[in-house]
Ligand binder design. Structure first.
Ligand SMILES: Cc1cc2nc3c(=O)[nH]c(=O)nc-3n(C[C@H](O)[C@H](O)[C@H](O)COP(=O)(O)O)c2cc1C
Length: 225
């Protein structure tokens, strides 16, 4: 798979097959992903990878607590600006609409929406979960760096024919995750990531989120035509 195919075929996969992913593959992805650049080569990331019994234990821990959704433990950091201005608000709204439409859940059916959202906390059935953590003292540059690492991991996963879903939803269980991962006080979770083989037949994997054309988000000057 070349880089163009890896980028084009990545999407947020929300239904996985139970097929296990060997530790060697996860290690390979992370070792290669560590080539991601970072300001001053600080490599400001710490990753916790779980599989098998650990994934099952985490699911079992949270399953009885799903009625605490959607607020859970309140979040360790704010994901969306409040208020979220246009055009970002509409973009966010419409991707949510597409997601719920793909599984036939009407907007008004809040319980069904929560049930789908709660699947985040089963890694959407993926056999592997990754947690990306960084030091609380870090600023925007290091947050950007860890985002670059996350994308590098997602693209390398494609190289192994794997799919991913980045999951900031885990931030809403930050206290539980601190205990579960034995996270030191100085670290906080930036995002989770579900990793596994896609269930290609699942309706929730059947749609793709839209993007603005290049001229909407980029300007060009000085180029020779
Ligand atoms: C850092 C990050 C965290 C995300 N967290 C979640 C999440 O918790 N649950 C989820 O279903 N999707 C999550 N997403 C997926 C986004 O909704 C998705 O990337 C966006 O709608 C674009 O769709 P695509 O990834 O399929 O191209 C996250 C994406 C990023 C980059």
């Amino acid at each position: 798979m070349d880089i163009f195919d890896a980028v084009a075929s990545r999407y947020s996969c929300r239904a996985f097959l139970p097929t296990p992913v060997p530790e060697a593959i996860v290690r390979d992805i992370l070792a290669r992903a560590s080539r991601a650049p970072s300001a001053g080569n600080m490599q400001p990331w710490r990753i916790y990878a779980i599989a098998g019994a650990r994934v099952e234990a985490l699911k079992a821990l949270l399953a009885p607590r799903m009625n605490e959704l959607p607020k859970a433990e309140g979040g360790d950091y704010r994901i969306y600006p409040d208020p979220t201005e246009e055009p970002y608000r509409t973009r966010r709204f419409s991707v949510g609409e597409m997601l719920y439409q793909s599984i036939g859940v009407p907007r008004a059916d809040k319980p069904a929406r929560y049930r789908q959202y709660a699947r985040n906390f089963q890694f959407f059935g993926a056999p592997v979960g990754l947690f990306f953590a960084l030091d609380r003292s870090f600023g925007v540059a290091q947050w950007a760096d860890i985002g670059g690492l996350l994308q590098t991991v997602m693209l390398l996963a494609r190289g192994h024919r794997l799919h991913t879903c980045p999951q900031q939803a885990w931030v809403s269980w930050h206290r539980t995750m601190r205990t579960f991962l034995d996270l030191p006080d100085n670290l906080m979770i930036y995002s989770g990531l579900a990793l596994g083989y896609a269930d290609a037949a699942a309706p929730i994997n059947s749609w793709r989120s839209p993007r603005e054309p290049v001229d909407v988000f980029a300007s060009f000057s000085g180029f020779e035509r």
